[in-house]
Write a protein that binds this ligand. Structure first.
Ligand code: SF4
Ligand code: SF4
Length: 210
């Protein structure tokens, strides 16, 4: 089921950044948002990204009001970019953490800077393309996607008429209807957000655990 609090979680991100620049040591709590998507993935796929991530909530419910909602360019979904971003962000994070180690404020600031900069990148891409463009290649989302293949599949019934309303509703513009023949949509990037199941006029979509 969709998390009904998801539309409000962006306040956590805003409070985190506002307080973090005043009390940098609190930045270390962001480790939760780095590890949780990966920990959840083998069981529920990218459920964290679609239902519990404060930044995902910010993109959906704040940035989404201003985004032109154009198609997300395929470059941002490419394996090459995703591997590069994962390696790049992890390297930057590790080097900065090495030098900050032992100083709580400096360690917290590593998290705050990382989240601030990547959020700004996501905002720019949201204004250019679509509010969830960042989530197509977010390093933690990529790791979660790799770990989640097959987890909590979305069943596609033969009653699907291929209208594409599910793709319009999908934050990542995925295409569950393409899995009609197979009967189940198992794309590792599915955020398990339930938007497609809510809009399907044929009730052709449901998660396997329902
Ligand atoms: S909204 Fe439903 S009927 Fe339309 S393409 Fe998607 S699954 Fe098929
Ligand atoms: S396919 Fe459906 S459940 Fe998966 S991310 Fe898209 S809208 Fe959400």
């Amino acid at each position: 089921m969709r998390n009904r609090w998801q539309p409000y979680l962006f306040w956590i991100l805003l409070a985190f950044l506002a307080l973090g620049f005043i009390y940098p040591a609190i930045g270390v709590i962001a480790i939760i948002c780095m590890l949780a998507p990966v920990a959840v993935a083998p069981f529920k796929g990218r459920y964290w990204c679609g239902n519990l991530c404060p930044r995902g909530s910010f993109y959906d419910h704040v940035l989404g009001r201003f985004s032109p909602q154009r198609p997300i360019p395929s470059f941002f979904r490419s394996r090459g970019l995703r591997v590069f971003m994962l390696a790049f962000i992890m390297t930057v994070f590790s080097v900065q953490m090495y030098f900050a180690w032992g100083d709580p404020a400096a360690m917290g600031m590593v998290f705050i800077n990382l989240i601030f900069v990547t959020t700004v990148v996501g905002v720019i891409l949201g204004f250019l393309y679509h509010q969830r463009t960042w989530c197509a290649f977010c390093p933690m989302g990529t790791l979660a996607s790799w770990l989640s293949r097959g987890a909590r599949p979305l069943k596609v019934a033969p009653s699907c008429v291929g209208c594409g309303l599910c793709t319009k509703a999908c934050p990542l513009q995925l295409k569950p209807q393409d899995a009609k023949e197979a009967g189940a949509f198992t794309d590792g990037d599915c955020l398990k957000c339930d938007r497609c199941t809510a809009v399907c006029p044929k009730q052709a979509l449901r998660f396997a655990d329902r």
